[in-house]
Design a protein around this ligand. Sequence first.
Ligand code: ATP
Ligand code: MG
Length: 273
Amino acid sequence: MSAVAARRNLRVTRGRVAIERLEIRFGGQAAVADFSLRVEPGEFVCLLGPSGCGKSTVLNSVAGFIPPSRGQVAVDGAVVTGPGPERGMVFQQHSLFPWKTVRDNVAFGPRMQGRSKAEADALARRYLDLVGLGSSADRYPATLSGGMAQRVGIARALVNHPSVLLMDEPFGALDAQTRAIMQESLLRLWSRIGNTVLFVTHDIDEALFLSDRVVVMSAAPGRVLLDLTVDLPRPRPDDVFADPAFAEHKRQCLKLIRQESRRAFEFADGAGI
Ligand SMILES: Nc1ncnc2c1ncn2[C@@H]1O[C@H](COP(=O)(O)OP(=O)(O)OP(=O)(O)O)[C@@H](O)[C@H]1O
Ligand SMILES: [Mg+2]
């Protein structure tokens, strides 16, 4: 059991992610180069970095949507060669089927896994309850607020019991209040379920509030510049932002991200863009 899981008193044994010297090229250009990262079962890790540094590319590669040009990604010792139910993805813009009800969107995964309609519906109900949307099962995605749609997206990912939950700026399109509520409710879910979370965000406060570790990436091609253990107790109080340790972590991340954003901008400038 990892130290992180022990702290939360959960026996998490699945969800170890090992990214080894990952390189991903699009055409002639490397989006990610020499990117290595190990994540323990049950750990919550955020990826931060300037726009275009390859955060989504790394996540998509762990999801199995993008094959490595070099290096590899393994989950619990098995090399990732394509998507799999043990890795669930939540995107920035929800990707729900507009023609299906909320229930059928969540039941879709279990149905694809061969569950009967009754079983899949029962599972959908359970996970919708978990994200506080049990009473919205018959609604269609177009009638939901942004926060509700993201909750359905989370239920749809969790219903497959993924050992690794991949989240690409899942709260990026939400207003500040909804975002704060979603962060708290995600942490509650995570502490009950105990899966590994790999979470991409632009927001340093969000990263520090949520995670056990914050990984700051360099400008493209993205690699790990800083792997910071967030030394703040859990559950984190509302005023954790005022903690001197939080301020120090934030200063460290901000400095690096500013430096890398400037580098990316100068590069684009030099290329005459
Ligand atoms: N399918 C693709 N085909 C070609 N190039 C791509 C593809 N996906 C990403 N890229 C390029 O790879 C680089 C990294 O993109 P990526 O989307 O991973 O960045 P990011 O860090 O997620 O950025 P943002 O913070 O803006 O979301 C960019 O230069 C992007 O243009
Ligand atoms: Mg992205």
